[in-house]
Design a binder for this molecule. Sequence first.
Ligand code: MG
Length: 203
Amino acid sequence: MKVIAIGRNYAAHAKELNNPLPSSPVIFLKPDTAVLKDNRPFYIPDFSSDIHYELEVVLKVCKEGKHIAEKFASSYFDEVGLGIDFTARDIQSIHKEKGLPWELAKAFDNSAAISHFIPKDKIEDLNNLQFELKINGETRQNGNTKNILFSFEKIISFVSQYITLKKGDLIFTGTPEGVGKVNQGDKLEAWIGEEQFLNFDIK
Ligand code: MG
């Protein structure tokens, strides 16, 4: 499986990092070795002194597809969860300045923390999904999918023009504003509505 991630999909987040709003989805990949599951702790790697959290809604792909039309795209994912797109912001800033790819900042081991998943049918309105990240009990990100620039269907359609989607692939759909640094000893907890999806420690 692979992890496909969308950058700059919430205007307020693009703005907080001084990035322009994209006219088509910004995408990058993480390998399967990036996945961190079951609320295992995240260990801050030696190569960065500025690891950021980015809470994101994550879609699980349920069948193979390429060149998917937007009107059929919703049938290509059947489960939804939350994830943290851990980002080495210091490395990313250097690579952005030099116009280099982001992999070292985005695709390192354990950089894609994921929750359990629930059937999307259990969610009342995917386009009005409130999700929240607390660190040490304090709210840091409070997002709503109604604010995304590119819909889930648009993302799936766009990505599948270039990259075949396979069953089990995960799509990180972008983070709302409020990103920041994690520190040793932090506890990260995340919710969709009232249901807790993530609860793990930074070590
Ligand atoms: Mg992200």
